[in-house]
Structures are given as C-alpha cells and as structure tokens.
Write a protein that binds this ligand. Structure first.
Ligand SMILES: [Zn+2]
Length: 481
C-alpha cells in the first residue's frame, strides 16, 4: 500500500561553515520522528534523508579564503556534518551530497522535465544580488541599502539567465493550501506562506558559468550553470529515484519535510512549484521548526557574542542531554532561547529526579525483596488502563509531530509512577510480598512505556534503561548536574 511508507527529510545545510545549533535542532528533530515511526510502522517503512548543499558562490569564495580546492572544502565540511550526526545519534538512512555525480544527472533531468513542460525561458536580467542569500533580492527587502539577513550590500548584476515560471503555478499552489491548510506546521505560518506565493515572481534558476564555475551545467547550454537552490531542492526526490527508479519514487513520495524559518519561501513556494511542473504531488507535510536564539533571547550573531556551538555543548554536557534539551526543552515550532540553566534544571527535574529515580527505586526494591517484575500479563487492570490512556495521548502528539509536547507527557507518565510508588509504599517492612510484587510489576510496565516513548529523544540512555530493567541491574543513568 502506498501510504504505509514514510519519508522524512531535513533541508540540506549549506556547507560553508561548521554545523550550528539550528542545524542541530533540525537534525535531531527529524531523527526523533524517524525513530518514533520506525518503532511504530517498522524500520523498513521509514526513510530518513539528510545531507549537504555544496554548490554556490559563497562556498566558492570561502574555499579560496581557506586555501583549499572547492572539492576539498566541501569534503571537509560535509564530514563535519557527518561527525555531528554520529555524535548526536542521528541515524539517517542516507546522507545526500549535491557534489555527487549521481546528483548532477538527476538535477539535470529535473531541469529537462520543467523545460519540456514549457516552464523555463531565458531573459536578460539586471538586479541586486545578495551572495549571502544566493539570490536576487528586491529593493523592497533592503534595509539601509543592505540585505537585512546578511548585513551585506548586494551586487548589481546583469546577466542573461534562465527563469522558472513560478507564477504559472500560483493559483494551483494557493488552491492546494486552501484545501490542505494542515499541510504546514505551525498553522499560524499559513498566512505568511500564502502572501509569499501571492507575491511570487518567476525566478532566475541559472548563473553564467564564467562568473561561477562551481556547479551543475544547464542541459544543452554549458555556458550556464544551475542556480544553487534549484539544484539542491531536487535532492528530496532524487534520493528516492527521480529519473532513475520511478517505481521506488512513487512508493516514498510525498514526504515530510523539516526546515527552519528562513526557508519557508523555498520549501513552501519554489519547491512546490517545481514539483507541480514535473507532475509530482506536493509535499505531505511541511514542518517549520523555530529558531534557536541566544540565551539573551536574541538571534545568535558573532557580533553579539551569543553563539552556542553544538560541539561545545556536547563537550560540556554530553550529546544526550543536549538532545534532550533541544527536543524537550526547546519549543518544537516556535523560537526559543537556549539557556544552559534551563537545560540543567530540565535534565535534573525530568530525567534525574523523575524517570531515573523511579527506575532506580523499582529495580532496587525488586532486588531487595526478591520479587519478579516485567510480567506484562499480570499488570493490574486499572493501572494498565491508566498507563495505556497516557500512552495514547503521547502517540497522538508524536503523530502530530509535536515532539516537545510528547516529551512533556512522558514526564507526566513517569511522575504518575512516582506518585503511585509513594502512595503504595512498597518499602514498608510489613507489606506482604504479593502486594509488593504487584506494585513493582505494575511499575515495571509503566517504566517500559516511559522508555519506549523517550527512546526517540534519548535513544542511548533508553537502550541502557531497558537492559537494566530487564536484568534487574542497579544503574545510575542520570547523575544530577
Ligand atoms: Zn542576504
């Protein structure tokens, strides 16, 4: 069946620098969702794509500055993203690189199909080009004559370029959003996306090769290369077999796409227009995560000295604690300040004092009283129903991609366990063994559930917790910090 498969993809970060905390958020979010759905619908039914966007002028310039060839430069930074994934337990199925030769062919095929449809034309163009954005920007967007996102004066450029008829698909795109308002999360962004589409113009999709030799040649016109965004966006379907294995593509596409707030125009408008042009369905879901702000609540910037590096955070706290904070502490769909004191408090209260404490108490008491736990068939009915009801709520939230809210519910589930153990006092010497065994067995059922639903968020700790509970081994998983 077509819909039994789920395809999840991040955007491809532009490899002109080290992975930053915003990339970290997007990658771990996508990973958590992949892990949840792998468990739910089977590993073979989830495909999780990440990768790097490796063309464009900025990369060309940065490579020169570092004294590397462009290929050496992109290899170096693509590797940093792979290092990041390994460090933070991001278990992708595919790491896509746009400098790979297979990508060249697939991106050119995409172009050809748009061209065949009559959606590409050539025209002379004069405009203000921001190298930071890698696009022409309008006078209207300038602030004090500079691109507000890059604080950089755009260059006046005149080139003969190819254009994509995005305007041709305005109506189709708007109708799609009217019929499927839930396609975009958070919903409040729908107004913004509609405005972007309404104001859309045809977009330049090529550059003169003499100005920029690093990129993919336009089919049948080697003097021009593909505009970096056009080339990179095609990755989402190329990886599934676009142009090479259409049967496979049909099995997996459309997919769930994660991206940051500066990417709505590309994901929600340009990319969807491109899909319409080649006759593919629109994305299944567009998930716009929030921006990770500095601890001062301001957008991170070198000049403000508020930049947080995921690698530094990992050294300080360990990957899983950082993951936990990014997924459970940072709002999934809104901008949030990254504050170490919040990270510490949340870790201590939710993991050390709540989940970890319950796990220790249950294992310790079961061992000291010599009772058997982990017998799912003899969990008390009423208790089981209470746990299962919370489980359904957690699943509903994961299915709505609400990772932070789901994590909050898992915390409530663990708290329910701690309240229950306090009320039942299985440590009291005068308690009958059968009663103690029943209470602890109930709790091991609850703990397995906590482990299952925390697993997408803190996979390594959950593997250890599961093992410890099964073997009734004492373990301190979450030392207080
Ligand atoms: Zn810019």
């Amino acid at each position: 069946m077509k819909n039994s498969k789920l395809y999840i993809t991040t955007t491809l970060p532009y490899v002109n620098a080290e992975p930053h905390i915003g990339h970290a958020l997007e990658f771990v979010q996508a990973d958590a969702l992949s892990r949840y759905f792998r468990n739910k619908i089977g590993k073979e039914n989830v495909f999780f794509n990440v990768g790097t966007d490796e063309h464009g002028q900025k990369i060309f310039e940065e490579a020169e500055k570092e004294g590397l060839t462009v290929q050496e430069f992109v290899d170096k930074y693509a590797q940093r993203f792979k290092d990041f994934c390994e460090l933070f337990y991001v278990e992708y199925d595919y790491f896509y690189r746009t400098s790979a030769k297979e990508h060249y062919k697939a991106a050119q095929e995409f172009w050809k199909r748009c061209d065949k449809k009559g959606d590409i034309y050539k025209k002379k163009y004069k405009g203000l080009y921001c190298v930071g954005c890698e696009r022409y920007i309008t006078e209207k967007e300038l602030v004090d004559g500079k691109c507000p996102d890059h604080n950089r004066v755009p260059e006046l450029k005149e080139e003969e370029n190819y254009f994509f008829k995005l305007t041709k698909y305005k109506k189709t795109l708007l109708e799609w959003l009217d019929k499927n308002p839930d396609v975009l999360k958070p919903k409040r962004k729908l107004v913004e996306l509609k405005a972007i589409i309404e104001e859309a113009e045809d977009i330049s999709i090529s550059r003169l090769k003499e100005n920029l030799p690093w990129g993919i040649e336009v089919p049948d016109d080697p003097e021009q290369i593909l505009y970096v965004w056009f080339d990179a966006l095609t990755n989402y379907v190329n990886v599934l077999g676009f142009g090479t294995d259409e049967e496979r593509l049909e099995q997996w596409w459309p997919g769930v796409q994660l991206f940051g707030p500066d990417n709505l125009r590309f994901q929600g408008s340009i990319w969807q227009g491109m899909l319409a042009s080649v006759g593919l369905p629109f994305s299944k879901k567009l998930l716009e995560h929030g921006m990770v702000l500095g601890s001062d609540g301001k957008k991170m910037a070198k000049s403000l000295g508020n930049i947080i590096s995921p690698f530094d955070q990992e050294k300080k706290f360990g990957a899983e604690i950082v993951r936990f904070y990014l997924l459970a502490g940072i709002s999934t769909f809104a901008d949030s300040a990254y504050k170490e004191e919040d990270l510490i408090n949340m870790y201590n209260s939710r993991l050390a004092n709540n989940f970890g404490n319950l796990l220790n108490r249950v294992i310790h008491l079961a061992n000291s009283r010599g009772v058997r736990i982990g017998r799912e068939d003899s969990v008390e009915k009423e208790f089981k129903e209470a746990v299962d009801a919370l489980e359904s709520e957690i699943e509903e939230l994961f299915e709505e991609y609400e990772i932070a809210l789901a994590a909050e519910k898992v915390d409530i589930l663990a708290d329910f366990g701690n309240k229950y153990i306090t009320e039942k006092e299985p440590w009291e010497k005068n308690k009958e063994e059968v009663e103690v065994e029943a209470v602890l067995n109930n709790l091991s059922y609850l703990l397995n559930s906590v482990i299952e639903y925390y697993n997408p968020i803190i996979p390594s700790s959950c593997t250890k917790a599961k093992q410890a509970l099964k073997n009734q081994e004492k373990i301190i998983l979450f030392e207080k910090i």
